[in-house]
Ligand binder design. Structure first.
Ligand code: UN1
Length: 509
């Protein structure tokens, strides 16, 4: 563990604020723990209100300068950030594993998402396209253009401590914005690590101070200040629905914009025309991967009644074989939950499942002995439930998978759509009519709808996010860059007359 920390110079107390250079942080010292063994892995000097002010002040100044850089030149900086991340993929992936307990492949996978979005943003910097329109007035030209928006606040969650920052930051940088990052206190060392990797690039490229900044601190004084700060026109936040509602209200009250990526309660429909072997693979990765702590984690299986028995048997067999343990060791597929609170939350959900009439088919126990004594390791759990049970509509951020039976596809889609969340969804079928129904306007109501692949593991090229309680925001690829810019409609009169729109005459004398 020490080697992992030393490689990225994370040993000893870390400064909690970065604006192109490090500011010590005058707030309380924040202890960072690893869920792998419950041990402290570092400390960060968190930011106080004055540090926050200093960061935002620099971000505003940095933005003024950065927006003057030609967009392709900004893209070149992003390209070099992508190269630095490539160089440190394994080191940073290891810090992610250490601080939040992901297995190595998933820690590195997250860094790969950062590299991918950097590549996308480099190209995007040359494609910040506006439209042209035909004016109704003769001798007039009309078009729209996109300008940098301002400093953008990015609030990230523990479960994806580095990738969502990059989805926002790489695109925002290409767009000409400054970015202020407030990471989860449970994963702040990862954020410090990212800045340490990027710092030399910013220096070498002469990027103005404040273009990329980090501010580690609790909700008060840092988080609340960010939400209420009218110098920050856009706040992009990943986290719980409760947190998202608060962010939405606070930022809306000052008429700021938000991008919200909140809870998911993602389902896979398995039809009689499914390739069951494929479905089982996707379900196990989707439900057990990242120990059930992705917002895209598969939480519900809606299976045709004719397949309930074989699917149940296949999943129990697969679940028995999941190697659970130290995520830094090869061969392990499931690490710990983030902390003991998460384990307690899972146990409370299991109680609720039983009280509400569900049946635990497999797993759910808290493990103990050896490394398991950290109190953060659980066995992934399979349950058979009815869709109307209230617990099934909740997102329990743990590896609990609900199985429920359906009779016809319309019913399956209704079950899939009846929960408040709307992030990711999938159907397993080789029948064209079934898959097209699922993808149609009568089908899945989620932001992501997949056929014959699971609910998690989205590529950055698409717009990522979902509907309803998921918050409606979109991050990453497609035309998401527009959210980080301000649109301006421009009309130029190159004629010698002054015709008015709508044919209005307003001639004096
Ligand atoms: C999250 O869990 O917050 O689609 C994001 C996926 C990843 C992102 C998950 N690309 O599972």
């Amino acid at each position: 563990m020490q080697t992992i920390l030393d490689t990225l110079d994370l040993a000893g107390e870390q400064p909690g604020a970065f604006v192109g250079q490090w500011l010590a942080g005058r707030g309380p010292s924040l202890a960072c723990y690893s869920p792998i063994d419950g041990q402290a892995i570092g400390t960060i000097r968190s930011a106080d209100r004055e540090d926050y002010e200093a960061v935002v002040h620099r971000a505003c100044d940095g933005f003024q300068e950065w927006r003057r850089w030609p967009a392709p030149r900004r893209g070149e900086v992003v390209r070099r950030i992508g190269l630095a991340l490539r160089e440190h993929k394994s080191d940073l992936g290891a810090v992610v594993s250490l601080e939040v307990g992901k297995i190595r492949a998933e820690g590195e996978g997250e860094v790969q998402e950062m590299i991918d979005i950097a590549d996308l943003a480099v190209g995007q910097a040359r494609m910040l396209y506006g439209l042209t329109m035909h004016s109704e007035r003769p001798g007039h030209r009309m078009y729209e253009q996109w300008h940098p928006l301002g400093p953008v606040g990015v609030i990230t969650a523990f479960n994806f401590p580095v990738a969502p920052w990059s989805w926002n930051a790489m695109i925002a940088m290409a767009a000409g914005d400054a970015v202020i990052w407030k990471p989860s206190a449970k994963a702040a060392l990862c954020a410090v690590a990212v800045m340490k990797i990027i710092e030399p690039v910013l220096k070498a490229e002469g990027v103005p101070d404040g273009v990329l900044s980090l501010v580690v601190g609790r909700r008060d004084p840092v988080g609340e200040a960010l939400l209420q700060d009218s110098r920050i026109p856009l706040v992009s936040a990943t986290g719980s629905v409760a947190m998202g509602r608060h962010v939405a209200r606070s930022v809306a009250s000052r008429l700021g914009r938000t991008i919200l990526e909140l809870g998911g309660n993602n389902a896979i429909i398995v039809t009689p025309h499914a390739d069951l072997e494929l479905a089982v693979k996707a379900i196990v990765f989707g439900a057990v991967g990242t120990a059930g702590q992705r917002c895209t984690t598969t939480r519900r299986i809606i299976v045709h009644e004719s397949l309930m028995a074989p699917l149940k048997a296949a999943l129990i067999k697969a679940y028995r074989q999941v190697p659970i343990g130290n995520p830094l060791e090869s061969g392990i597929l499931m690490g710990p939950l983030i902390d003991r609170d998460a384990v307690a939350g899972m146990q409370a959900a299991l109680e609720a499942i039983k009280t509400q009439g569900g049946e635990i088919l497999f797993g759910g126990e808290v493990l103990n002995g050896g490394i398991y004594d950290a109190g953060t390791y659980v066995r992934p759990c399979l349950c058979e439930v009815r869709p109307e049970m209230p617990i099934v509509s909740e997102e329990t951020f743990a590896p609990i998978l609900y199985l429920m039976a359906y009779r016809d596809l319309e019913e399956a889609v209704a079950i899939q759509n009846r929960v408040p969340q709307g992030l990711s969804s999938a159907i397993f079928t080789n029948d064209l009519r079934e898959s097209e129904y699922f993808l149609s306007h009568q089908g899945s109501d989620c932001g992501i709808a997949n056929v014959n692949i699971g609910t998690s593991g989205a590529e950055i090229g698409g717009a990522f996010g979902g509907e309803k309680d998921t918050g409606g925001g979109r991050e990453a690829g497609s035309d998401v860059w527009k959210a980080y810019m301000r649109r301006q409609t421009c009309t130029t009169n190159w004629s010698e007359a002054m015709p008015l729109a709508q044919g209005i005459h307003f001639d004096i004398g």
